[in-house]
Design a protein around this ligand. Structure first.
Ligand code: ZN
Length: 140
């Protein structure tokens, strides 16, 4: 992907504050962090997001997600971590190369992650579950 900024980072064209690298994944600091130490793990193979990535590419980067999480937690003396993937624009995805956010959390750091709840009405929960279960048939 010639126009993908994360592919350029993977290929070394654009320098980043690299944290970790293995054969499948690269991890570097987010330039606009939610907290200091906010790190991104990306697959070296381009994939748009979780809806697009192959299972092999996704599973290939998970060992790096585990290692980097531990290093961010220890290195930043964090009290917790949020690990998130934003998929598509309404969910906040800005760079369309899959990236897993590892965000160190500190006691009372003021970062709000889930600020809204949408309760189910009577019977609605089973209808929603059925819609999602039915969608598995399109994946086979
Ligand atoms: Zn890319």
């Amino acid at each position: 992907m010639d126009d993908c900024i994360f592919c350029k980072i993977v290929s070394g064209v654009i320098p980043e504050a690299k944290i970790y690298e293995d054969e499948n994944a690269l991890a570097f600091l987010d330039a606009n962090p939610n907290n200091h130490g906010h790190t991104l793990v990306v697959p070296k193979i381009h994939a748009k997001n979780i809806l697009d990535v192959t299972e092999d590419t996704l599973s290939g980067i998970m060992p790096a997600v585990k290692k980097v999480s531990k290093a961010v937690f220890e290195g930043m003396s964090a009290a917790g971590l949020n690990i998130t993937i934003n998929n598509e624009r309404p969910a906040g995805q800005v760079i369309f190369h899959l990236h897993i956010h590892i965000i160190p959390r500190f006691t009372d750091d003021g970062l709000k992650v889930w600020t809204r709840k949408t309760p189910y009405k009577n019977g609605e929960m089973e209808l929603v579950a059925e819609k999602i279960r039915a969608a598995f048939h399109t994946l086979m």
